[in-house]
Unconditional design. Sequence first.
Length: 241
Amino acid sequence: MSLQQFQMDVAAQVSSMPLAANVPVFIFRPRAAATAAQIQSTIDSALNALSARNGKAGLAATVLMPVLDTKEQELPGPYLHLRCTVRIQENVMVNMGQNGTLVPSEDFAIAVAQALHLWTPGGVAGVIRCASETVAPNLHFDPRVTYDVNVEAELTNPSMPRTCAPVITAAEGFITLASSTPDATIYYTLDGSTPYPASGELVTTARLYTTPLSTPASGSLLRAAAYSAGNRGSDIVWQQF
């Protein structure tokens, strides 16, 4: 899932509105410390009539960077919920002047909400819906008149499958570990640390399970997890001895 592509798709949808014929639509995605200032400078130019679209100025829209959250904390996945804001800013003196767009920021914000509600970008996210607080005034940019249009969507990319957790079986003085995921590798620890394979500079005390283990000493905590190519690691299983 590409958040950058999502921003580009939303910007294109907003730009296609009839009311946006004279309104520049920007994408806020700074990649370096100076980039954010450059983007803001470009927005300021449009609002202050230092630059114009079709000879008009005073109104601008910016698609902000999306936010992801997880509503269902107890479900694997995670199932990500996407929130995005389109910020509408207006320099009233310019916008309602001779060379302004003559489109009030409130009207433009409502049009953006209508253009995005129940619209599907396709392949990037699910159906976009207006958030409960759809159009909200933003007073941080006074004296500019600013409205935030808030939309949300569920991600369409399927979650990577999770490796099946190993099963701990104790019998005749030995402990066996087995995962039902084919070709899974199992790592275990006896010191209470997290069982995961070493990777790069990641240090671990976990051991690769290959043969049954002798029953650990009393008080030991056995923790184990399974891993397989193309899947996420399993849940951690444990047993106190």
